[in-house]
Write a protein that binds this ligand. Structure first.
Ligand code: GDP
Ligand code: GDP
Length: 455
């Protein structure tokens, strides 16, 4: 019995390695009724409407995507975090503490028509300790006349107050400009490629699994394999192959065919080439030999692809050699071996007969679509709150970590950052990923969940 069972645990460490920075987070804090929700709506431009809630009921959605001058950031309305009735001042101070530990910048909203209250002063005192930039919005400045009250808010000790009317929009442009200036810039999704150009596919698999045969089959029967004349051609690195009338860029196929020639090439060399092909690709087809037991080498390559964060398609070749017995045996092997990639689509093909080779295009398309998916922050948090309400994170060391909110930091592959008050166990993270996939799909793509624990 092959010892290739990749337990789900094996992936736990990589699950938390998300190096991706979430888009910058702006937390909005302030007393009830100063206009936080109205201002958040204004900042969002009503792209994702904030649902007004029944008073006293915790808001079930707290984080949203905002876009201003071409820059994206996440707005967190901390009103939803108002804790138990330990007094208003304590509650707002707790909000501010949370904001300071999770946000990249903080917006304190004050009602200019009321002026700074004792609670506002107390919060400002907490915020003055913040290492993050803090901006003050003097809200409800609906008219020039109301400007008179604004200057008094310098007294909060947080710099120049920005007069705004969340209700009418007055001053919100200047405030947004200042917010962008305060927020750090994050790298864009970095995976390059010309938009609209051919997608990059790598075809990998162990020697003799049928890679060259499949490539020939995809490229058309009549194509000549030129590398039989060793040394006479400069191999192109990539090859454009048309599937279903559309070109795809198969990366590093030159190396692939070179290996066929130098069949004695070391495994080390082959594995380096596989790694290079995976890195160069957006989606990887792993070719497996359906007529033989799945090998450790196959599973190592799959792990490599997941860790590299590439979309994945599994193709079981030589299906013409598979009988009923072998098929049942294979199912058992896959149940054990592929526990980490239940989301990968499988094709049963034969490069020899052409069976199912025409199905590659839709399967590759679906995998890439998942890989490119961005779930809006509001939608993500609506989902998250529902899941957490039904199944909260397990208590650890007597404490129950709270999941505050989530944003999708990156696509390619989808990378979700959870902001929490404590460590989330690997089992719970896997549960969240499973639930995430039930709702949003992501079939064919790895998904990364990373956890940002507030200090
Ligand atoms: P929150 O509790 O801080 O989220 O406050 P809301 O956004 O729910 O607003 C509280 C009340 O203030 C609502 O009745 C709003 O319509 C009102 N309000 C919010 N912004 C403004 C503003 O700029 N001018 C005026 N006049 N009223 C506002
Ligand atoms: P590569 O080393 O992965 O590029 O594999 P090749 O394309 O050179 O194929 C290795 C051997 O498997 C050759 O003898 C092929 O004819 C054979 N082969 C490839 N695909 C199939 C298939 O679908 N069915 C069968 N029965 N044999 C295949």
């Amino acid at each position: 019995e092959a010892d290739w069972d990749l337990s789900a645990e094996a992936g736990d460490e990589s699950a938390d390695q998300g190096s991706a920075l979430p888009q910058p987070v702006l937390a909005v804090v302030g007393r009830p009724n100063v206009g936080k929700s109205t201002l958040v709506n204004r900042i969002l431009g009503r792209r994702e409407a904030v649902v007004q809630d029944t008073p006293g009921v915790t808001r079930d959605r707290v984080a949203y995507d905002a876009l201003w001058n071409g820059r994206r950031f996440t707005v967190v309305d901390t009103g939803g975090w108002e804790p138990d009735a330990s007094g208003l001042q304590a509650a707002v101070a707790a909000q501010a503490e949370l904001a300071m530990s999770t946000a990249d910048a903080i917006l304190l909203v004050v009602d200019a028509t009321v002026g700074a209250t004792g609670t506002d002063d107390a919060v400002a005192k907490v915020l003055r300790r913040s290492k993050r930039p803090v901006l003050v919005a003097a809200n409800k400045v609906d008219s020039e006349r109301a400007m008179a009250e604004v200057a008094a808010l310098w007294g909060l000790g947080l710099g120049e107050p920005f007069p705004v009317s969340a209700l009418h929009g007055r001053g919100s442009g200047d405030l947004l400009d200042a917010i962008l200036e305060a927020l750090p810039t994050t790298p864009r999704d970095t995976f390059g490629g010309q938009p609209g150009g051919p997608r990059r596919v790598a075809l990998v698999g162990k020697p003799n699994v049928g890679k060259s045969s499949l490539l020939n089959r995809l490229a058309g029967e009549q194509r000549v394999v030129v590398d039989s004349v060793a040394g006479t051609t400069v191999d192109p690195v990539d090859e454009l192959i048309e599937i279903e009338g559309r070109p795809w860029r198969f990366v590093d196929t030159a190396g692939l065919r070179k290996r066929v020639n130098t069949a004695s090439g070391t495994e080390y060399y082959a594995s380096l080439r596989t790694k290079a092909a995976i890195d160069a690709a957006e989606v990887v087809i792993v070719l497996l030999d359906a007529s033989e037991p799945v090998t450790e080498q196959d599973l190592r390559v799959i792990t490599q692809i997941v860790e590299a964060g590439r979309a994945l398609v599994l193709a079981f070749n030589k299906w013409d050699l598979v009988d009923d017995d072998r098929r049942h045996q294979l199912e058992r092997e896959l149940d054990r071996g592929l526990v980490r990639v239940p989301w990968a689509e499988r094709l049963n093909i034969s490069a020899r007969t052409g069976r199912a080779v025409g199905k590659f295009a839709p399967v590759l398309d679906r995998a890439l679509e998942s890989w490119d998916t961005r779930v809006p922050t509001g939608q993500l948090n609506a989902w998250l709150n529902e899941i957490i309400a039904a199944t909260p994170p397990p208590v650890r060391g007597g404490r129950q970590p709270k999941v505050l909110f989530a944003t999708q930091a990156q696509t390619r592959p989808p990378t979700i950052v959870l902001f929490t008050t404590g460590f989330l166990e690997a089992g719970y993270r896997r549960f969240l990923e499973r639930k995430l996939r039930e709702t949003f799909g992501f079939s064919g793509s790895p998904v990364r969940l990373s956890v940002r624990v507030r200090e």
